[in-house]
Design a binder for this molecule. Structure first.
Ligand SMILES: [Zn+2]
Length: 314
């Protein structure tokens, strides 16, 4: 701090002599007193102010079940440490967007209860605890009657392990850019989030984890966004339930899965571009007719692909 030089009026105010007695204080003492009181005043003024705090923005502002909630944190103090973001105690990966901004993608699904979710942002700036409300959404309901003779295809450990590994992929790169393309021109035959009753009993853990497009066998399936092919599974390799399958890693915990394919035109490790043909529609695995099932996973949870299609997630 620049030292304040006392002026004549400050150093010799009226009554100072009386306060100090007959002997006036030396210059040095007066200077010290003035500077010290200035510093004390400044400290008093500044100390109740909090340290710099993160700005936290939540998108969309009113999320509903199935939405991907983007939490964008802006650091104000120019700190470069990535903040830690958790929601109701669960920590999610956070990636830098540049210019002191960071983003965390928080998935939701029909299995997430509606209600209040508390975010905790911690790091080198003051901790923030904003909250959002997850709205309830009414998903379509199907009533399925299973006869005792109904053939049931059981998945293999191999395919479940491979699909789980696909869901667990977490690449720091962000491959997607802008809205996702429709992966098939077929008509939507089943929406995201459909719930089911089997023989009158509500299936608590079931929801349709993607969108189905019905089209003729051999119709093209295109990559909805750029990414890296992180999973190729075939019926011949044990993909009995999913059928011929492709998984694309779009980066930063976001991935697409395509199942029941007829043919596969890519290999694991390939980089694909939006609109690139990756395979064709089929009816392999547990499927009752030719269709594409497209699922979008965010940090391991099948979210509604809708908001990814309409570009509300940058
Ligand atoms: Zn499906």
């Amino acid at each position: 701090m620049t030292p304040i030089k006392p002026t004549m009026s400050l150093s010799r105010p009226l009554g100072l002599k009386a306060m100090l007695g007959r002997r006036p204080w030396p210059w040095r003492a007066v200077t010290f007193m003035v500077v010290a009181s200035f510093v004390a005043a400044l400290v008093t003024l500044l100390s109740p102010l909090p340290a710099q705090a993160y700005d936290v923005a939540i998108q969309p502002a009113s999320p509903q079940q199935g939405d991907t909630v983007a939490i964008v944190v802006t650091a104000n103090a120019g700190t470069r440490d990535t903040p830690t973001v958790s929601v109701n105690g669960e920590t999610y990966p956070t990636f830098a967007l540049g210019s002191g901004r960071y983003r965390t993608l928080v998935p939701s699904s029909p299995l997430h209860s509606s209600g209040r979710y508390v975010i905790q942002v911690t790091g080198s700036e003051r901790t923030r605890n904003p909250a959002f409300w997850l709205d309830r959404r009414n998903f379509p309901v199907q009533r399925i009657t299973l006869s005792s003779s109904a053939a049931s295809i059981e998945g293999t450990d191999h395919e479940f392990d491979r699909v789980q590994a696909f869901k667990d992929v977490l690449s720091p790169q962000k491959y997607w850019n802008g809205p996702f393309l429709r992966p098939s021109q077929g008509r939507v035959s089943s929406e995201y989030g459909v719930r089911r009753y089997y023989n009158g009993v509500f299936a608590e853990d079931y929801y349709h984890r993607g969108i189905d497009y019905a089209a003729a066998t051999g119709s093209p399936v295109v990559a909805p966004a750029a990414g890296r092919v992180s999973l190729v599974g075939r019926v011949a390799d044990g993909f009995a339930l999913h059928g011929n399958t492709i998984g694309i890693d779009h980066g930063q915990g976001v991935g697409s899965i395509f199942i029941h394919l007829n043919s596969i035109a890519v290999s694991e490790g390939d980089m694909v571009q939006p609109g690139q043909t990756i395979g064709t529609i089929g009816s392999t695995g547990a499927s009752t007719g030719p269709h594409l099932h497209w699922g979008v996973y965010v940090n391991g949870v099948a979210v509604d692909p809708g908001p990814w299609r309409n570009g509300s997630i940058e």
